[in-house]
Design a protein around this ligand. Structure first.
Ligand SMILES: C[S@@+](CC[C@H](N)C(=O)[O-])C[C@H]1O[C@@H](n2cnc3c(N)ncnc32)[C@H](O)[C@@H]1O
Length: 193
């Protein structure tokens, strides 16, 4: 793939076409491999969690499990090790690194680790490393129950969301907009959490 930049240097209408090579495309982990068993098991288990899960805030049909969202977002941002041959020159080294990333995902998808700062920070650091400290913002224009923007927020990503349905918008606002305004507040009754 080639990229064409057009430049004009003088008042005379001269157009110089500069042909630049496009930076090599880096495959993301999600394009190569995922620890599906762990993601599937954690996602299925979430369906039966009745305490503290966003689904208890308001019913939303087709709500995606948080485990799936966190795993998919993470694996869409970090590179597959085969895209970093300077760091992982052999297939063995790439596979070892892939397994290390799988370990992060396996910890990330566990419901018990939803608010585990050590586990979340491990994933956030990996994202920062993969994006040279500039992680992309996430936009979910069909946010429904808000799982994807909430998963993005857990990973330290700037999250934006919208939906045609005002109920979906209200649920998502309650999930991702209101709680950050009251950090550390747990002064509501335990039975209502
Ligand atoms: C499958 S649901 C999304 C589920 C969401 N990922 C979750 O985890 O809850 C699809 C959503 O798209 C919304 N939608 C459908 N058509 C739309 C449109 N034209 N613009 C914005 N939202 C739309 C629906 O209201 C619905 O909430």
């Amino acid at each position: 793939m080639l990229q064409i930049n057009a430049k004009s240097f003088s008042s005379r209408p001269i157009l110089i076409l500069e042909v630049l090579p496009t930076p090599a495309y880096k495959k993301k982990l999600i394009e190569v491999a995922l620890p599906l068993e762990a993601i599937n098991a954690a996602s299925a288990r979430e369906k039966s969690i009745r305490h503290g899960h966003p689904s208890t805030l308001h019913l939303w049909w087709s709500r995606k499990p948080l485990a799936t969202c966190r795993a998919v977002l993470f694996a869409s941002i970090v590179d597959d090790p085969s895209s970093r041959p300077e760091e992982f020159p052999t297939e063995e080294a790439q596979e070892a690194e892939r397994q290390r990333l799988f370990g992060i995902i396996e910890r990330l998808v566990k419901w018990e680790n939803t608010n585990n700062e050590a586990v979340l920070n491990e994933a956030r650091q990996e994202i920062l490393k993969a994006t040279d400290g500039h992680p992309p913002p996430v936009l979910d224009p069909f946010c429904g129950g808000g799982s994807i923007p909430l998963g993005a927020q857990h990973l330290g990503l700037e999250a934006h969301a919208s939906d045609l349905n005002p109920v979906a918008v209200l649920i998502t606002k309650a999930l991702i907009e209101i709680p950050p305004k009251f950090p550390g507040r747990h002064d509501y009754p335990e039975e209502n959490r």
